[in-house]
Ligand binder design. Structure first.
Ligand code: SF4
Length: 325
């Protein structure tokens, strides 16, 4: 058996069992683009709500292009990696409703990386391309019993059917998400007949060829400066982490100081990951006698309308429940 023949079992399995997602209906390059960037952030079932809201707010690239960056970031809030939302907004300025249909022109656009370009070529333009995310990476490396990702992709694409190749490409993603997971359920797998790792009893040797860098832990005290029922926040500047997002003032502290503050209450620790950092945050209300010059002051309701980093958004919600109790 080879992938040439096995892929028809995979297609059959996919068409019978596939999950329904909004981006699998009404397929357009714009919808594929947005869904694929969102899917790089979190699980598909979580993306559904973000995707539907995004399409309500910005149904076309033209709508996205016209929207202020703050509205775009607010729609992205909670997904993390805000630079991706900023890049999408920037790319919307240069893209019309017509997307280029080749890898090099697509990846020349800031905000469209190699994976998203492959996804566009496969799902929107129905080319013989396999978009390799972490799930597909795991499936292919097990199927071919190889950790050479480039070679796995090349072999997969070479053997890919010319008939509706996008179904196979999407089926590989689905297989990795549902059956060929870290702990693989090979008894249910439509690729089992030709899978080299399964046949060789070495499935667990092929988890993923992509290595994750461990995030560095950072502990911070977040100061909720308050004066006349207004809260001080600051919009991050051009060269700062979390650019264009609002944050409360914060300062880095030691783990020991952090644990001591956690015991004091009334707020609870929140965690958030950004790029290579794992932030541990604990908030404190600090009443002021006058406004602080370097901050902008807003009511809680006004704060809630603005885009915050995911950690500070959790704190903002803690503050809202604290004030309402
Ligand atoms: S047989 Fe097992 S290891 Fe091979 S592709 Fe299927 S689930 Fe993955």
């Amino acid at each position: 058996m080879s992938f040439k023949t096995d892929q028809e079992s995979l297609r059959k399995w996919f068409l019978e069992t596939k999950r329904e997602f909004p981006w699998r209906k009404e397929i357009t390059p714009y919808r594929v683009w947005i869904s694929e960037v969102m899917l790089q952030q979190t699980r598909a079932d979580v993306v559904v709500e973000y995707f539907n809201r995004w399409m309500r707010l910005f149904p076309t690239i033209q709508d996205l292009k016209k929207a202020p960056i703050e509205t775009v970031l607010k729609a992205w809030e909670g997904l993390g990696y805000y630079s991706r939302a900023r890049n999408i907004h920037k790319a919307a300025e240069i893209l019309s409703e017509t997307f280029p249909e080749d890898f090099h022109s697509l990846t020349a656009i800031k905000g469209i990386g190699p994976y998203t370009a492959d996804a566009l070529l496969s799902f929107a333009f129905q080319k013989k391309v396999i978009a390799v995310d972490a799930n597909v990476d795991r499936v292919l490396s097990r199927y071919y019993a190889s950790t050479d990702l480039k070679e796995c992709k090349r072999r997969g694409e070479e053997e890919l059917s010319s008939y509706r190749p996008f179904e196979i490409a999407e089926a590989l993603i689905e297989l990795g998400a549902t059956i060929c997971k870290k702990k693989a359920d090979c008894a249910l797998c439509p690729l089992a007949q030709g899978c080299q790792a399964y046949k060789g009893g070495v499935v667990d040797n092929f988890l993923s060829t992509k290595k994750r860098k461990e995030a560095q832990k950072v502990y911070k005290e977040v100061h909720l400066y308050e004066h006349k029922n207004l809260f001080g926040i600051r919009k991050k500047g051009e060269k700062e982490l979390f650019r264009d997002l609002y944050l409360f003032e914060e300062e880095e502290i030691s783990e020991k100081e952090f644990l001591a503050l956690c015991k004091q209450g009334p707020f609870k620790m929140v965690t958030a990951t950004a790029t290579f950092y794992r932030f541990h945050l604990i908030a404190n209300i600090k009443k002021l006698d006058a406004f602080k010059e370097d901050l902008e002051f807003f009511t809680l309701e006004e704060c809630l309308k603005r885009p915050f980093s995911s950690g500070h958004r959790k704190i903002l919600h803690q503050l809202a429940s604290f004030l309402n109790t």
